[in-house]
Design a binder for this molecule. Structure first.
Ligand code: GDP
Length: 529
C-alpha cells in the first residue's frame, strides 16, 4: 500500500471480501454511507458496489464484490471477486468473517497471507460472540497471523471507527506487528505437496506482481482456469509448466484442491481452539434450539413437512388468502370501487366533454378505472406480500437449507439444490430470477433453470390474477398446483435429456439460523416492485 501514496490525489483502494452472510454488505454500507454506487463487472451482470469514506483528510475508496468462500472459486460471482482480488487495482484487502465461525472462513485469510496480499482481518458479529460468552485473543491472533485484526459488530456500530483507522494506518500497524510477532504462521501443506509446489514454482520465470509465485503455483496445481490463462500470457515455456502440473496432478489420488483445503481447515481449527474460547462455552439453549431446527429443515421427511408448512402459511394463507383474497378485494372494491374510481369518473366527466377521450380514462377499459385499479389493486398487494415472505425466508437462513433439502430431487432434472433460490424468486418476478441464475455453477444448469422458470413457474403478477380467479373455489387451486408441478417435472426431464453438459455439483455453506430483522423485511418489497 505504501508505494502508491506519493501521488497527490491518490485514493486508497480497498477491496472488501468475505463469505456471504457474514455482514459484509452491512459493513460496506456503514463505512460508505450514502456514497455507494452499483455497477456491473464488465461483460457480466454481476453487481459491484463502490463507495468511499473520508478520514483525516484522506479518501478511502472501497469496492464490495460478491461474496466468495475460497480462492478456488465455484460460481461466476465468486470468480469475479477473485479476478478483482488479483487485478492489481487494490492496495489493501479487508476480509470480513463471522467471528463465531472463524474455523469456516479463516482459510481464505491464510490463502491471502500465503499469497503475499496485504490484508486486514475483520471478525464481525462480535456481539453474538459476546452473547455466547466466548472471547477472542485479539492481540495473540493478530500476532500469529502477522496482520492487523479488528473486532466489529456492523449491526451495532462497534469497531467501525477502529476499522477505518486501521485501513488508514495499515502500513504502520503492519510494521509494528512484524517487528513484535516472533512466531508468525507459515503455511505448510505437508512434505509431498510442498515439494510439488516448489517444483512448479521453480519452473515459473515471470515475477507476478499481484501474488507470490508460490501462490501461482498452488492455484495452478489446484486446477484454477483463470491462473492458467494468466500463466499462458506471461510464461514463454507455459506448455512445459502445464505438462509438469498435469503430471504432478496424476501422482495424487485426490484432487489437489481437496488436499490443500483439508490442510487449511486444520490450521483453521487450530486458530479457533488456540485463540478463541468458542469451544469452551456451553451452547446457549437458544442455539441448541436453532441447531435442532436447522437439522429438521434438511431432514428428508421433517424437512418436507416444514416446506409444506412454509408453503401453506407463507404462500397459500399469507400471499394467497390474505393478499389475493382480502387485500385485493379491499383494494378493488373499496379503495378503487368506492373511493378512487367514482371520484375520478366524476372529474373526468366534468372536465372532458368528449366521450372517446372520456373512455380513455374511465369506463370498462379506462386507464384509471381498468389499468390502475388492476395494476395497483391486484398486483401490488400480492407482489408486496410475496416479497415479505421471500425476505423472511432469505434473512432467516431457511433458503440454503431448502437448497440442501431439494438437492437430490433437483439432480433428477439436471439441476442442483442451488437452483431452488432462482425458482422461489421466479414466483416473485421471472426476469429478476433469470438474472440470479448466474449464481448457478454451470451453463447447463442456468439454461435448464431458465427454461423451467419461463415455461412452468407463474410470476407474482400472473399468480395474482390466477389466485383471485380461483380462490373462491379452493379445490381448483390445488388442481392448478398439481398441473404446475406436473409441467415442472415433465419440462425438467425433457430439458435434462436435451440440454448438453455435465451434472452440476453442489456445495453451499449453511449460515446460522436468525430471527429476521423487520427493517430488512420491509425494504425488500420496495426493491422487488
Ligand atoms: P453479507 O451476505 O455478508 O453481505 O451479509 P449482510 O450484510 O447482508 O448481513 C447478513 C445478516 O447478518 C443480516 O441479517 C445482518 O443484519 C446481520 N448482521 C450483519 N452484521 C451483524 C453483526 O455485527 N451482528 C449481528 N448480530 N448481525 C449482523
Amino acid at each position: 500500500m505504501e508505494n502508491k501514496k506519493d501521488s497527490t490525489n491518490y485514493l486508497h483502494n480497498v477491496l472488501l471480501i468475505g463469505n456471504p452472510n457474514v455482514g459484509k454488505s452491512l459493513t460496506f454500507n456503514k463505512l460508505t454511507g450514502l456514497s455507494a454506487t452499483v455497477s456491473n463487472y464488465p461483460g457480466t451482470t454481476v453487481d459491484i458496489d463502490t463507495g468511499n469514506f473520508k478520514i483525516d483528510g484522506e479518501t478511502i475508496e472501497i469496492t464490495d464484490p460478491p461474496g466468495m468462500y475460497d480462492l478456488n472459486t465455484i460460481t461466476e460471482e465468486e470468480r469475479i471477486a477473485k479476478l478483482l482480488l488479483f487485478s492489481g487495482d487494490y492496495d489493501l484487502v479487508v476480509h470480513v468473517i463471522d467471528a463465531k465461525n472463524i474455523d469456516k472462513s479463516i482459510d481464505l485469510t491464510l490463502q491471502l497471507i500465503d499469497a503475499g496480499t496485504d490484508v486486514i482481518l475483520v471478525l464481525n458479529m462480535i456481539d453474538e460472540l459476546d452473547r455466547m460468552g466466548a472471547k477472542v485473543d485479539k492481540e495473540g491472533l493478530s500476532a500469529k497471523l502477522g496482520i492487523p485484526l479488528v473486532l466489529t459488530s456492523a449491526a451495532n456500530d462497534i469497531g467501525l471507527d477502529e476499522l477505518k483507522n486501521t485501513i488508514l494506518n495499515y502500513d504502520d500497524i503492519k510494521k509494528n506487528i512484524d517487528s513484535n510477532s516472533k512466531a508468525k504462521i507459515v503455511i505448510h501443506y505437508g512434505n509431498d505437496l510442498e515439494s510439488s509446489i516448489n517444483k512448479v514454482e521453480s519452473k515459473l520465470e515471470h515475477r507476478y506482481d499481484e501474488m507470490t509465485n508460490r501462490a501461482v503455483a498452488i492455484l495452478l496445481l489446484e486446477g484454477d482456469k483463470d491462473i492458467r490463462n494468466t500463466v499462458k500470457k506471461h510464461e514463454k515455456n507455459y506448455a512445459d509448466v502445464f505438462s509438469l502440473v498435469d503430471s504432478i496432478e496424476k501422482e495424487y489420488d485426490d484432487p489437489i484442491k481437496y488436499l490443500t483445503k483439508l490442510q487449511l481447515s486444520k490450521y483453521a481449527l487450530y486458530f479457533k481452539d488456540e485463540f478463541t474460547t468458542i469451544n469452551k462455552v456451553k451452547p446457549q439453549t437458544n442455539d441448541d434450539f436453532k441447531e435442532k431446527l436447522s437439522r429438521l429443515m434438511i431432514h428428508p421427511v421433517y424437512g418436507l413437512i416444514i416446506l409444506a408448512l412454509v408453503l401453506y402459511f407463507g404462500l397459500y394463507l399469507f400471499v394467497g388468502v390474505l393478499g389475493a383474497g382480502y387485500l385485493v378485494d379491499f383494494f378493488e372494491d373499496v379503495i378503487f370501487g368506492e373511493w378512487i374510481n367514482p371520484f375520478l369518473t366524476q372529474i373526468v366527466l366534468a372536465v372532458i366533454p368528449w366521450k372517446p377521450i372520456q373512455d380513455l380514462f374511465i369506463g370498462s377499459y379506462g386507464i384509471v378505472t381498468f389499468g390502475l385499479s388492476y395494476g395497483i389493486g391486484i398486483i401490488f398487494p400480492i407482489v408486496s406480500l410475496f416479497f415479505i415472505v421471500f425476505s423472511i425466508l432469505e434473512d432467516s437462513g431457511y433458503l440454503p437449507r431448502l437448497a440442501l433439502l431439494t438437492d437430490n430431487a433437483f439432480k433428477k432434472i439436471g439441476l442442483s439444490g442451488r437452483s431452488i433460490i432462482p425458482m422461489v424468486l421466479a414466483v416473485g418476478c421471472g426476469s429478476m430470477a433469470t438474472m440470479t441464475t448466474r449464481t448457478l455453477e454451470t451453463n447447463r444448469e442456468r439454461i435448464i433453470a431458465t427454461i423451467l422458470m419461463a415455461l412452468t413457474i407463474p410470476c407474482s403478477a400472473q399468480l395474482g390474477v390466477i389466485m383471485s380467479l380461483l380462490s373462491s373455489h379452493p379445490i381448483t387451486l390445488w388442481i392448478w398446483l398439481g398441473i404446475i408441478i406436473f409441467n415442472f417435472i415433465v419440462v425438467g426431464l425433457i430439458a435434462k435429456r436435451f440440454v448438453p453438459g455435465s451434472q452440476a455439483s453442489f456445495f453451499m455453506e449453511l449460515p446460522p439460523l436468525r430471527v429476521p430483522k423487520p427493517k430488512h423485511i420491509l425494504k425488500k418489497p420496495g426493491q422487488g416492485l
